[in-house]
Design a protein around this ligand. Structure first.
Ligand code: SAH
Length: 356
């Protein structure tokens, strides 16, 4: 029997599973490949769109399955062009996806879980706690729905980052399955080097990711320069302290073109001193790495603030001087609570331009 998830969603099934599904309906295997092509290349949204399947088979599929795009319940448009989607899933849970157009490319920030269990002190998603993992279909669905919403054609230059809600490495099999479908030239057609998974540093899962056949790039949320500081900000550091994290990073099988990315949320007076920068430089000294400095995005309830820009630039200078390429990333969509760490199913402060 074909393994179709409980919700009957065809999205998230790979080619082999769709072939098995076709066979289980008494059809030849290649019918499964036609469904695969229809779902991920032609991106049909209802069974009538499968014009290359005969009528009876289409009806049979429709009677048992769905093509379940997450439903855009709200869309918030930023002045900078970013759009935050509040997607409703089949079971009523909600997740957020951020669409960020730039001149030469578009980036989608995807969620991997409903909420998050990790309790990082500065992150608003953490306030939700965790509810459940997303299925591969719900992950692929975020991409297809956001692309459909903005007429992003297949083949357009698109980057995917798993930097929305949740910890992707705590939901690794569905994340990798979705990446496999999205990256497949016969599927989503988004090259794996344009897909990045970001983690707090789940050590055994990093090792597992390194062995995956179709693997995205890896980013690690470092956010601190020593264990005491990191454990205070990110409780997961007690389980996987810096020495363990950096050991798996050193052993990580980087491809020739690849670097590890380290994200560093900058918190005023907490982790932003020159001494912090020097410690970060020595932690990463023997790695092929780059650093993204993310000035803190504020919100209600949490006490942190971003440092002044001069402080961020001085911090950057220390790292650059020690030979590590370091970039300052000003988050998009701050006015619509779509910026890094702000995803919390919030319906947005008044004054948001809400569309849809
Ligand atoms: N759980 C994964 C994926 C989320 S990525 C991870 O932690 O890597 C979200 C990124 O935004 C992480 O680097 C996180 O450290 C950062 N972040 C969280 N809250 C933030 C905030 N309020 N301002 C800026 N960055 C934040």
């Amino acid at each position: 029997m074909a393994r179709v998830p409980q919700d009957g969603n065809l999205l998230g099934l790979d080619q082999e599973e769709l072939e098995a599904l076709a066979v289980s309906c008494g059809q030849p295997r290649y019918r499964g490949r036609q469904i695969y092509h229809g779902l991920y290349v032609r991106r049909v949204r209802d069974f009538a769109g499968f014009t290359d399947l005969h009528r009876e088979f289409r009806d049979e599929l429709a009677s048992r399955h769905g093509i379940l795009y997450p439903q855009a319940e709200r869309e918030f448009a930023s002045r900078d062009g970013a759009v935050r989607y509040l997607f409703r899933l089949e079971d009523g849970n909600r997740v957020e996806t951020v669409y960020m157009p730039e001149e030469a490319r578009t980036t989608l920030c995807l969620s991997s879980q409903v909420g998050c269990a990790l309790d990082c002190r500065f992150c608003f998603t953490a306030l939700l706690g965790t509810k459940r993992n997303l299925t591969a279909g719900e992950i692929v669905g975020q991409v297809l729905a956001a692309c459909a919403g903005h007429n992003v054609a297949r083949g357009a230059r698109l980057n995917l980052v798993f930097m929305g809600m949740g910890e992707p490495l705590l939901n690794l099999p569905p994340v990798l399955k979705a990446v496999g479908i999205l990256a497949d030239p016969k599927g989503g057609g988004i090259p794996p080097r344009r897909i990045t998974v970001s983690t707090v540093g789940i050590v055994p899962r990093i090792e597992e990711l390194g062995q995956a056949p179709m693997r995205p790039k890896l980013a690690i949320s470092l956010n601190a320069s020593h264990d005491e500081q990191r454990s205070a900000l990110m409780p997961i550091n007690r389980k996987y302290p810096l020495a363990d994290l950096l050991r798996v990073c050193r052993a990580y099988p980087l491809r020739p073109w690849e670097r590890l990315t380290f994200e560093y949320v900058m918190l005023d007076g907490v982790n932003d001193s020159d001494a912090d920068a020097q410690r970060v430089a020595s932690l990463l000294r023997d790695l092929r790495a780059k650093i993204n400095l993310i000035p803190y995005n504020r919100g209600p309830q949490l006490p942190y603030r971003a440092p002044r820009l001069e402080r961020v630039m001085a911090f950057q200078e220390v790292l650059t001087q020690s030979g590590i390429p370091t970039f300052i990333r000003i988050s998009r969509g701050q006015d619509i609570r779509a910026a890094c760490g702000q995803l919390s199913l919030d319906i947005g402060p008044s004054g948001d331009r809400e569309i849809g």
